[in-house]
Every structure is written in structure tokens, then in C-alpha cells.
Design a protein around this ligand. Structure first.
Ligand code: NAP
Length: 498
């Protein structure tokens, strides 16, 4: 177990410091436990575990990846009640994992990671936290993900607004929306889930759309009790169903990212719009003018019907100004509102900017990433030994479950941590040439892909228009590449005496 140096020093020493308790951080902790490694600490800024599935509690919050695939392969859940699990059930699943694999005792709650500095003399990371407690570890694993820092739009005059303002990821459940006039800014993955829910309650909903998303119907329904029973009794059946689903989702890659099949998908979505949206003006406004897949494709069967409600007003003229009790659009129209809800997403390509991470020779991560964030396999950055990112650059997905990517990374990182924790390896630093070759390869694949060439602007791209978030291919290819850590990719320093 980790050692506290002294009560006053507020300093802990351990082999591995993990940051975050979402699928990534929790998964890493479980993998270490399974490998018989007990000397690690998990830092969690909140009072409970669960990451994004703890934070996002907005009405209607649910996964848009089928539940069967949205779980660890080693801990499949036969009890999912729906094809697409809702937030509470996923959060419960993570709690269950923490209990079953006994990782709770390793978690330090209320500890906010602020940065880390590599000490080359001792080959350790000195991890700093908001309350001043220091953690010293031989290795550092970031499980912070990219979708956790809410992005607030800069709306002129919003500081003078007298009503309620909150972000979808920080939902104010104490504010009763019943009978209120509400402005929702944004029509992304989160908004299309909560809009149908709140539309039923509010007096008036002004929905401010900047760019319409491509939406397909969500084939969600309850999982019959008999099927859940079968999964419980014969786990092999669930494994087979999951495998079939995995390959179906992989096939989505063709359907969306192949130009011809993409056109067919667009045609089907447009047909869905014609069927689901009654008003021709609204229909035109929600029809995207860019290629499907350029932004995340969304699934919903209740979003378009919500736009048909008489109390919902789709506004496309853009927010010009916020006044004390209203939002004014570019065309000068004033929309009186009691609350503004931001469904404006997260800081993604700049998610690490607020952290001070200093590697070898005093080099800052921000400097290493000055021209855009990149890592080898999304996991390791040259000059930052023994630091591993989970769901790091270019490992996000548009067509399958990120939990699959996380698990591939967990196995890869574990093979590095084994050597470090067992005292064989002191330092592992990915070779710059290996990292460069890898990134040239993926950027050349991404170059003319739909995310860059599809005619839209999305959070997949950084400020220079380079895709720093998406894995450009099938997930099984990523799995193949991360199945075994090749020591030749790293400069490895053996531990003394080895
Ligand atoms: P998002 O997809 O980034 O959507 C943000 C929305 O806000 C977009 O419609 C965007 O318009 C709009 N917006 C941003 N800044 C604006 C501004 N200044 N003025 C007006 N509109 C503005 O964010 P999100 O809906 O929170 O979802 C983020 C990600 O979280 C998703 O893509 C997904 O990966 C994840 N998520 C997943 C699930 C799931 O089921 N697995 C559910 C929810 C969220 P533009 O399109 O014009 O930029």
C-alpha cells in the first residue's frame, strides 16, 4: 500500500498515481489489482467516483453506444435494462466494478490534480494537487479524459442576466423548470437528449442552433427480462451477442466514412427528417449542409418530435446579446427567458492547458504540444517518461465504443507498469522518431477524411484544423497495435542492479 510520509508533510509515496475514476482510471486500477499490484493511488477531484457518468446528470442523459459494448469485456453486465443504458445505470455499473475489484481503498477523494513534474534524478513523478498534498510515484497514469471541462460560450451581456444559468454537465436540479421560459444554447449530443425531456415541462423553449447535427433514430428499447436471465445463466450467449454487436458497429465505419455509403446514410437521415419534422421551415433548418460523420452522428427518436411542440421555437439567427431577462438574436428579436442552459460541449483539444506537466529537462507538455497534442498510440509522449495517457490524442471514436479503446490501452500500459512496479524498469520514454512516424501515419490517413474534408467545424479539430481526437480506422487495428508493447519503441532504463 502507498506510504504517507508524514501527516504534516501531506505527501504520499507510491508506485503508480492514477488520475480520475471514470472508465479509464477505474479500469487502470482494476487491471493493476488483477496483476497483483497493490501499490497505487487513484486521485479523484470529486466526492464520488464515476467521471463523466457521475457529472452528467441532465434529464435524459444516456449512452448513445449500445450497453452491451459500453462495459469492460472482463465485467460484462447481464442486467442492463435497456439497449442504450441511462446515466444512472452506467454510474451504478462503475460503482459495482469498484466494489467487485476492491479498488475503493485506493481512491483519494476531493483531491484535484493540478500538475506533475518529472524528477530525473529519482526517476519519479511529483504530482501536485489543489490542496497542496503531494504524491510521488514511479509512474503517472492520466485517466482524465477530454470531455470534462465545460465550455461556456462568450455571450455579450450574459453577466447582467438575472435568471438562472447552468451547463448541461453541471445541471442545477434545484431549479424547477416547470412553467419557465428557457433558452438552450447548442444542439449537440447532450442537448438533443435533454431538450425532449425539458420541453414537456417548460412554458417556452427557445432552442439556439448554430449547426444542425446529423441524427439517426435511436433503436432503444428495454432488454426483455428473459434475455437478461439468459445472459445471467449462460454468459457465453452474452459474449456472442457482444461480439456480433462489435462487428456491426465496426461495419458502421464503412457505412459512414465511405463516401458512397455515407451518401446513402445521409439520404436515410433526410428521409427521417421529412417524416419526423412537421414544419417545412424547421425541416430545412435542421437539415445539415455538410457530410455525415464530419461531426459526431447523433441518435435520437424523440428530438425531432420535440421540435414539433408548440412551445418549442428553433432559433437559427444566432445570439447577439444577453440582457437582464432576455436573449437577443442577430435579427434584433428579443426572446424573454428565465433561464439559459448551455449544451455547448467541452474543452477538448485544449483539455490539458490548465495543467502544468513538466517532463525531462524541464520541458512542459504545453510546449511539446505547441503545434497540437500528439502521443504515440495516444498513450505516450516523448520526453515524458513513465507518463501514460488513457483516451489520449487521436484515440476517440465516431463509430464504436471508446471503452474498447480504453481497454486496449489498459493492457498496453499495464505491460509497462508491470516492469516499473516490479523494480525491473526505472524509466520508459517513447522514442521521438517512433512518435513522429506514428503521427505522420495517422495524420496522412486523417488528412482527407470526412472529419476534415466534410465541410464542418467540430471539436475533433484543433485551432489549426488538425484532427487531434479521432482514431482514423477500425478499432481492431488499434487493438492489434496495442496488444503488445514493443520495447524497441522506447528508450528503456533498467532499474539499478538489473
Ligand atoms: P457538443 O457535441 O460539442 O455540442 C455543442 C453544441 O453547442 C453544438 O451544437 C455547438 O454548435 C454548440 N455551441 C458551442 N459553442 C457555441 C456558441 N458559442 N454559440 C452557439 N452554439 C454553440 O457538446 P455535447 O452535446 O455536450 O457533447 C459533447 C460530447 O460528449 C459528444 O460529442 C459525445 O462525445 C459526448 N457525449 C456522449 C454521449 C453518449 O451518449 N455517449 C452523450 C452526450 C455527450 P456547433 O456545432 O456549431 O459548434
Amino acid at each position: 500500500m502507498a506510504q504517507r510520509q508524514s501527516k504534516d508533510q501531506r505527501s504520499y509515496r507510491t508506485s503508480v498515481v492514477i488520475v480520475g475514476t471514470g472508465f479509464s482510471g477505474l479500469g487502470m486500477a482494476i487491471k493493476l489489482k488483477q496483476a497483483g499490484i497493490e501499490d497505487f493511488i487513484v486521485l479523484e477531484k470529486a466526492a464520488d467516483l464515476g467521471g463523466t457518468w457521475r457529472d452528467n446528470t441532465y434529464p435524459g442523459c444516456a449512452c448513445d453506444v449500445p450497453s452491451l459494448m459500453y462495459s469492460f469485456s472482463f465485467e460484462q453486465n447481464p442486467n442492463w435494462s435497456r439497449m442504450f443504458a441511462r446515466q444512472g445505470e452506467i454510474s451504478d455499473y462503475l460503482q459495482h466494478c469498484a466494489d467487485k475489484y476492491r479498488v475503493r481503498d485506493h481512491i483519494h477523494y476531493g483531491v484535484e490534480f493540478t500538475g506533475a513534474e518529472y524528477d530525473e534524478a529519482t526517476q519519479t513523478w511529483r504530482v501536485s494537487t489543489a490542496d497542496g498534498t503531494e504524491y510521488v510515484g514511479k509512474a503517472l497514469v492520466s485517466g482524465v479524459g477530454a470531455l470534462h471541462i465545460p465550455s461556456y460560450p462568450e455571450l455579450p451581456g450574459v453577466q447582467d442576466f438575472e435568471g438562472e444559468v447552468f451547463h448541461s454537465a453541471e445541471w442545477n436540479h434545484d431549479f424547477d423548470l416547470a412553467g419557465k421560459r428557457v433558452a438552450v444554447i447548442g444542439t449537440g449530443a447532450s442537448a438533443i437528449q435533454f431538450v425532449p425531456q425539458i420541453a414537456k415541462k417548460v412554458a417556452k423553449l427557445h432552442l439556439f442552433q448554430r449547426t444542425p447535427p446529423w441524427i439517426q433514430p435511436k433503436p432503444d428499447r428495454p432488454v426483455p427480462e428473459a434475455l437478461q436471465r439468459l445472459f445471467r445463466r449462460v454468459p457465453l450467449v452474452q459474449r456472442a451477442a457482444r461480439a456480433a454487436l462489435y462487428w456491426t458497429l465496426e461495419a458502421r465505419y464503412f457505412a459512414v466514412f465511405n463516401k458512397h455509403l455515407g451518401k446513402l446514410s445521409e439520404h436515410l437521415s433526410k428521409r427521417y427528417i421529412r417524416k419526423a419534422v412537421k414544419d417545412p421551415e424547421v425541416r430545412a433548418a435542421v437539415t445539415p449542409d455538410y457530410s455525415m460523420g464530419c461531426k459526431r452522428i447523433l441518435l435520437s427518436s424523440d428530438y425531432y418530435p420535440a421540435l414539433n411542440r408548440s412551445n418549442v421555437d428553433l432559433v437559427t439567427s444566432g445570439v447577439a446579446e444577453v440582457r437582464k431577462n432576455s436573449v437577443v438574436t442577430g435579427d434584433g428579436q428579443e426572446h424573454p427567458v428565465d433561464a439559459i442552459i448551455y449544451g455547448t460541449g467541452f474543452h477538448v483539444t485544449d483539455a490539458f492547458d490548465h495543467l502544468t506537466i513538466v517532463g525531462r529537462d524541464g520541458r512542459k507538455l504545453q510546449d511539446a504540444w505547441r503545434n497540437g497534442m500528439e502521443a504515440y498510440l495516444g498513450v505516450a509522449v516523448s520526453g515524458f517518461p513513465n507518463l501514460f495517457f488513457l483516451l489520449g490524442p487521436n484515440t476517440g471514436l465516431g463509430h464504436n465504443s471508446v471503452v474498447f479503446m480504453i481497454e486496449s490501452q489498459l493492457n498496453y500500459v499495464l505491460s509497462a507498469l508491470r516492469g516499473i512496479c516490479r523494480g525491473k524498469v526505472a524509466q520508459l520514454d517513447v522514442r521521438q522518431s517512433v512518435q513522429d512516424d506514428f503521427n505522420s501515419e495517422i495524420q496522412s490517413e486523417l488528412g482527407d477524411a470526412v472529419w476534415s474534408a466534410g465541410g464542418c467545424r467540430s471539436w475533433y479539430l484543433d485551432e489549426n484544423g488538425v484532427n487531434r481526437t479521432i482514431w482514423p480506422g477500425f478499432t481492431w487495428k488499434y487493438w492489434l497495435r496495442t496488444r503488445k508493447l514493443d520495447p524497441a519503441d522506447f528508450e528503456i532504463t533498467a532499474a539499478r542492479g538489473r
